[in-house]
Design a protein. Sequence first.
Length: 219
Amino acid sequence: MMTRGNYRVLIADDEAVVRETLSVYVGSAGDMEVVGTAADGRSAVQMASNLRPDIVLMDIQMPRVDGVEATAELLRALPATRVVMITTFTTADAVVPALRAGALGYVLKSDPPERILTTVRRALTGRTELSPKALDAVVGHLRDGDRRSDLPPAVTLTSREAEVLRHLATGCSNREVADVMGITEKSVKLHVTHLVSKFGVRDRLQLVIAAHKAGLVEL
């Protein structure tokens, strides 16, 4: 998916001025290039299918198909592509569904260009990065929903699984966890699979949320 050593970026936003501004930001980065822009979620999914970008900068509120639905649809077809949401919304009702859809980053249109580009680069390595206001919304959501009736059944973790879980909660990718723990990335993936099964959740985000509610990790 790489071209001329640059990461391929697709930008999706219904406002032309935002698409142009983000194109300037990306164009200023020596390791990225804009390969296309879309004005709605449906076009974003179609263009991604044709262009195979490394990463998509996705607005949430767009016509035809919103950014959350577009992200979920896009990642089902292109699981290797990364998505970073870029929006004006900072409530948990916006942030949490975007992360559950598979977005690895969440930034605001008002964030400095450096933060936006840093979030993109971290998403490209598999790391989750949230704008401070978005992070506050997620933490508040977790605290508000932290009821004993919502906790997963009691589980028994091996020492390795507990360590993997702690690293996942800090936003580490599988590769980073492997490097820190001195094990193979394949072993990390196996631990994650076992953890997801033990907690009865669908993905890594829900795993970390469930572990936080159970008091096993701090966010």
